[in-house]
Design a protein around this ligand. Sequence first.
Ligand code: 5GP
Ligand code: ZN
Length: 117
Amino acid sequence: MSGEPQADCLFCKIVAGEIPATVVRKTERTLAFRDIHPQAPTHILVIPHVHYPNAAALAAAEPLIAAELLTEAAAVAADEGIDAYRLIFNTGAGAGQTIFHAHVHVLGGKPLREGMV
Ligand code: 5GP
Ligand code: ZN
């Protein structure tokens, strides 16, 4: 896999502008947009333009872009005015991953429960 757009991928279609999304930040390599079913007052997804099935595959192939997901996640939080946030990378259907294009969830805007889940 070398990052090409996949015809059956919802997030590739959002990157291509074929499906609308509420975009909050964009760089040459990443896109950040609001989750359609927010789980917190701020719930934004940061994705790479390139298609990899999960964050680890992205990091193995494109480590600089994987790092940019994190710096963009921090920028999203700053833009939203939140100083505490949680980043979630669901990996595998058993962990709740439903879209197999790498993405990080940025959650915040309310006190988050302590703990991992
Ligand atoms: P996952 O469960 O794969 O970690 O996260 C996928 C996320 O994508 C879910 O939180 C889901 O609400 C969100 N999502 C699914 N379809 C759409 C869509 O068409 N637009 C947007 N903005 N988010 C979506
Ligand atoms: Zn994709």
